[in-house]
Ligand binder design. Sequence first.
Ligand code: GDP
Length: 176
Amino acid sequence: MPRASIFDRLLADFIVSAASPDRFPSDGLAEIAFLGRSNVGKSSLINALIGHKGLAHTSNTPGRTQTINFYRVTSGGKKLIESYLLNRAMLQLSLVILDARRGWMPPDLELKQWLEAHHHQYLVIATKMDKLNQSDAHRNLAAIRKSGVEPLACSAVTGRGVREIWQAIAKTHHRR
Ligand code: GDP
């Protein structure tokens, strides 16, 4: 499948609504992209992260950017998203959001390969964990792990994993 096909299923739905790259904010803050299929739980996760710590998340490292711009990337608008991911200097990290009940779907795996091919830092988040009983949770997380990455288990409903996601964000470095 051609590489661009990943973005056929993606749509830029930025929190700072931007129809073209010249509308992206120029405040110089680090940015995090939320990538995943429609209804996977991106908005809920953003709300859980912001609700927990607030947008003005403070880093323990002096001099580090203390605020992060969040982007939600869903389906469609492939040119804008690919251009954003490839060219956006402020992009610090991508979060690949999976529904813990379903795990990896083919478009998610394509996205993972694309991020790796372009040497992007990313975290895999298994959300909606509250919808799984313990044995299904165990089994599904193990299946996600088979791709070679350790998923962060979370739930926007219970707040599980929110602290761990912030900790993981804080550990990433802004490379560009
Ligand atoms: P988005 O399209 O990826 O932004 O997905 P949303 O955040 O809008 O979530 C889609 C649906 O899943 C909504 O009905 C949410 O209430 C629900 N949802 C999202 N996260 C969770 C979660 O962690 N647990 C549960 N039980 N429902 C969730």
